[in-house]
Design a protein around this ligand. Sequence first.
Ligand code: PLP
Ligand code: COI
Length: 367
Amino acid sequence: MSDTLDFTITLDEQPLPAAERERVLADPGWGQNFTDHMITIRYSADEGWHDARLEPYGPIPMDPASQVLHYSQELFEGLKAYRQPDGSIVTFRPFSNAARMNRSARRMAMPEIPEQLFVDAIETLVRVDKDWVPTKEGYSLYLRPFMFATTRALGVNQPANEFLFMVIASPSGNYYARGIKPVSVWLSRDFTRAAPGGTGEAKTGGNYAASFAGQAQAVANGCDQVVWLDAIEHSLVEEVGSMNLFFVYGSGPDARLLTPALTGTLLPGITRDSMLKLAPDLGVPVEEGPITIEEWQAGCESGEITEVFGCGTAAVISPVGHVKGSDREWKVGDGGSGELSMRLREELIGIQYGTRPDPYGWVHKIA
Ligand code: PLP
Ligand code: COI
């Protein structure tokens, strides 16, 4: 199979007028507004990937018996396009997203997509909708590639043989409307996100559907986000909301980082992976390993743990200020945004927005 396809381009004859688009870009919120176009590529067992199109953004006809609607055979990815100081546009590590989608695909018994076709699809959409990439500092165009089973069948013993891959794009401001103020987090012991042998390391919609009740419980307890603990002992810390976690021990030149290891129940974040490379280059050693809630609490109370942050594409780096559970509650550091968390955030954003050099080859030029 060829690694890419020619895209049939059908432009929207009535795109959003420029003045209205600029109004949206001035205050886009998060994930609520979408650009004028979208990508669709079909897969069938007989033909492989075919029928690549860019077309006006809009509803897609679906057969009510499409397998995804019944059995959630779905994958998604998330990455951003960033405006550079010279007006050009880049994405960040798009081949890493393609590789992760294919790892997810193997777990979910779905077809892999050639990495080059995945990246070509993103580039085709961003080139046509380039005026939707915000110029305002800290804003970006969030790109959402996703794939689902369209096979018309209710049987579960027959593997799906038809799939649709799509990309949509959404101009985005801060993931948290109140900016990067530290988040408070709730220790969920009633709900787990992922269990050994399950789908926790796949970026599949069902993991998120299963997380909403835990997130609602966090909010009901006055917290912003839920901390996911291991499914067996409810003791090992895994992730927070849709972010990977980092713990800062010590401070200044003695600071070091710990992040939970990828045990199969955590999503392997691309921001996490970037931190594993960036931090040591800034002189901050990083270890991957286990941490329990008892160790987290004791570390904060003794002052050994000075900062904690979550990281992910959407929120970048989000400091954790306060931890709460049904039987305990504690503050991280002084409850504010830690110095190292903010420094790592600035470094990463600097590479993404082209205000700092990119020695890693992470930035991928589009237009
Ligand atoms: N963990 C979960 C559960 C996520 O949904 C995400 C977001 O994609 C992440 C971690 C962070 O991953 P990334 O840095 O690739 O965005
Ligand atoms: C991310 O890109 O960081 C996300 O996980 C997005 C989230 C809304 C699922």
